[in-house]
Design a protein around this ligand. Structure first.
Ligand code: ADP
Length: 272
């Protein structure tokens, strides 16, 4: 199967783009092989498993995957599928909801920093510090001066993580407005899925284009070669999962991880 060219989905710093014009499904050629996405995911997930156990053993590097996207874009789904193939030893997911009173009394990165990965860990953020340049902006609670300052703080913060050995990869799960409608309808119809619904899912849907504009600005301001943003076509759950698994494998391979050497001379072992 054709490799995914991540470059096509990479947001270039400072270059404006329109999410409305960015595909929510892969191109025709890739679509033609969609039956194979799940098989390919299982194959690549084995690789991910091996790389993660090497990461955990080596304690040389860490990996932070930031997941953002509109409601029902599949953040929980990605976490479920990726985690079904990695060991919970050394992997963790962290979700960020509306800040608590205590969190609101601190700077916006305060609640984020101590959830970042230690060396040897993969951490997936289900929402993140990016919420603070999206929600308050769209609701009119902060002005341009504030969100632009936050972009700078975010870049400095992520650059510090990179200097500490943590690779930072950020993904926007890109679904169409129609696909979100379909998924919210499924949640309304299915008693097992209703618990996922929040009143804000429906009010935020009315603010769709304002959120798109906020996402576009945030991504173009804070994407860099060391801390890239990718727009992941996410209307197909299988393709989205395959994309993420491949991206994680690609990122871990670039770390050139090696297993630690045994701490003593194995030739001296006398195993009776
Ligand atoms: P999810 O929608 O991710 O499944 P929840 O139902 O717990 O999870 O919703 C989390 C809500 O918290 C979302 O509406 C999100 O926009 C909001 N949120 C997260 N971080 C912030 C923030 N910093 N400021 C305002 N709202 C936030």
């Amino acid at each position: 199967m054709k490799e995914i060219d991540f470059h096509n989905w990479y947001v270039k710093k400072g270059r404006a783009f329109q999410l409305e014009d960015t595909p929510t499904l892969p191109s025709g050629k890739e679509l033609a092989v969609q039956k194979e996405w799940l098989l390919e995911f299982n194959r690549i997930a084995e690789k991910l498993n091996r790389l993660q156990s090497t990461l955990h053993a080596s304690k040389a590097r860490g990996l932070l995957l930031v997941l953002q996207g509109m409601d029902a874009s599949g953040k929980d789904g990605v976490i479920r599928s990726v985690f079904s193939h990695v060991s919970p030893l050394g992997a963790r997911a962290e979700a960020f909801g509306v800040p608590s009173e205590e969190e609101r009394h601190h700077d916006f990165l305060w609640r984020i920093h101590h959830k970042t990965p230690a060396l040897g860990e993969i951490v997936i953020f289900n929402r993140s510090h990016y919420e603070d340049v999206l929600v308050p902006r769209v609701l009119g609670l902060i002005g341009k001066g504030t969100w632009e300052k936050r972009f700078r703080h975010i870049m400095n913060f992520e650059s510090m993580l990179v200097d500490a050995g943590i690779s930072v990869v950020k993904c926007y799960l890109h679904i169409s407005n129609q696909e979100q409608k379909k998924r919210l309808q499924t949640r309304l119809d299915d008693p097992h899925k209703r618990w996922k619904l929040q009143a804000s899912d429906f009010s935020d849907r009315k603010l769709w284009s304002k959120y798109l504009a906020a996402y576009q600005d945030a991504m173009t301001a804070t994407s860099s070669a060391a801390t890239p943003w990718y727009v992941v076509p996410a209307d197909s759950k299988d393709y989205r999962d395959l994309f993420l698994a491949r991206l994680l494998v690609h990122t871990l391979e670039k770390m050139h991880l090696v297993l630690p050497k045994p701490s003593f001379d194995l030739s001296s072992v006398d195993l009776k």
